[in-house]
Write a protein that binds this ligand. Structure first.
Ligand code: AMP
Length: 393
């Protein structure tokens, strides 16, 4: 079955095309465009390109399209992308402004351009459906909670991939199988614990605690504007700072929103760039502000990772993934420094040698397995869409 995974940003459309069957997963090709002003044009162009490149003989061979939707009002999971999904995306458009309107537009375009294909949305919040309720609540008045203001969690596809792959690498096929079936069957109720802390460190970062394939907590909250400092988004911020900044800096809500969502994070802290490579280069060149911003990122990654140790009650695997986590040995070493008491010990040589590929970087006497696992969110989408469509048939 040919499954197209659509990745939509406010001005970008990227895709990957997979051939999926029981026991077969194959990437047939990928492509897309940046600086998109018209999603209809971008998607039509991509479909033409797939035919011209021979990825498909005809676009009608695409049986399903998967969308990595971010946040829906009152809706999560892996669901058919129909009117209910469009309404849920519209309902929270201002909470995820870079993504929700783009996905709503993309789903509508595919409905028109590929009417014969099934459309499936996998919400980034789906992996967090079984978090303990206490881990989802903010201490706000009831009306706020009823308006949908709670912790949701994001990067669900990435952390789910880590849950499955880390279980495979630790020889826990029972947990890996349970993760595969999670969205169809719910948590499997396995006793023998496999406890994982997954650090997705990239342009956007989050840390998730996972027990037997099920998330127990996440650094991301109501919006992707929370948790660790992001490339240009603020991450956690005391709610008291906003009314104060309004008065002290004499700025309005629009400026505040722009500054916190586009001019903060690594960019705001360093004053250099939203890209870790540039910030590291500046820090190495003696820029104190850049060095401090890296220290903040490490501090926040450690703070959030440690916050899951108590809820998990122990740890078998500590995992780094995404652009920053996969490619920066110095950062992995800094995050894991001084954790021998907790059973986490990095092997400096293995760590240094690992740049972007799957590897075990813990030392031989590290009680906890320390792993680098390249992110593979599109594959998770393709797998979930395949399962959903196969179950529907
Ligand atoms: P992602 O959002 O997962 O694509 O991650 C983007 C972040 O990863 C950026 O801050 C990059 O600086 C960082 N990154 C990507 N590739 C590398 C690399 N080869 N070396 C160091 N950092 C990298």
């Amino acid at each position: 079955m040919k499954i197209l995974v659509a990745n939509l940003g406010s001005t970008s459309f990227k895709y990957r095309l997979f051939e999926m069957a029981e026991g077969e997963e194959r990437l047939l090709g990928k492509g897309g465009s940046e600086r998109v002003t018209d999603f209809g044009e971008a998607i039509s162009g991509a479909l033409r390109q797939m035919e011209d490149d021979g990825m498909v003989a005809s676009r009608d061979q695409i049986e399903a399209v998967g969308f990595k939707t971010v946040l829906g009002r009152g809706l999560s999971g892996c669901v058919e992308a129909g009117d209910e999904v469009l309404e849920a995306l519209d309902g929270f458009a201002e909470v995820a402004p870079a993504h929700n309107p783009a996905y709503a537009a993309g789903i509508r375009q595919f409905r028109d351009l590929l009417p014969g294909a099934r459309r499936v949305a996998l919400f980034e919040t789906a992996f967090y459906q079984w978090m303990p309720e206490a881990a989802t609540r903010y201490a706000v008045p009831g009306e706020w909670h009823e308006a949908g203001i709670r912790r949701y969690g994001f990067h669900g596809a990435s952390h789910k991939f880590i849950a499955e792959r880390s279980a495979e690498l630790l020889g826990r096929d029972d947990v890996a199988a349970a993760v595969r079936r999670l969205y169809q069957d719910g948590p499997a109720g396995i006793d023998d614990p496999l406890r994982v802390i997954s650090c997705h460190l990239g342009g956007s970062s989050s840390v998730t605690g996972i027990r037997n394939g099920v998330a127990v907590g996440t650094s991301m909250g109501f919006s992707p504007q929370s948790g660790l400092p992001q490339n240009n988004r603020v991450g956690d911020l005391d709610s008291g700072a906003i009314p104060y900044a309004r008065k002290a800096l004499g700025i309005g809500m629009e400026d505040i929103e722009r500054q916190l969502t586009r001019e903060s994070g690594l960019l705001g802290l360093s004053g250099v760039s939203n890209d870790l490579r540039d910030v590291k280069e500046a820090a190495d060149g003696g820029n104190r502000q850049a060095a401090l911003s890296l220290e903040v990122l490490v501090h926040e990654a450690r703070r959030w990772a440690s916050s899951f140790l108590f809820p998990l009650g122990g740890l078998e695997a500590f995992v780094f993934t995404a652009g920053i986590g996969e490619n920066n040995p110095w950062l992995r070493a800094a995050v894991c420094a001084g954790l021998a008491e907790f059973g986490i010990l990095i092997d400096p040589e293995r760590n240094e040698a690992c740049r972007g590929e799957e590897a075990e970087i813990g030392s031989a006497d590290s009680r906890v397995k320390v792993l680098v696992i390249p992110a593979n969110e599109e594959l998770v989408l393709a797998r979930e869409v395949f399962r959903k469509v196969t179950n529907l048939n």
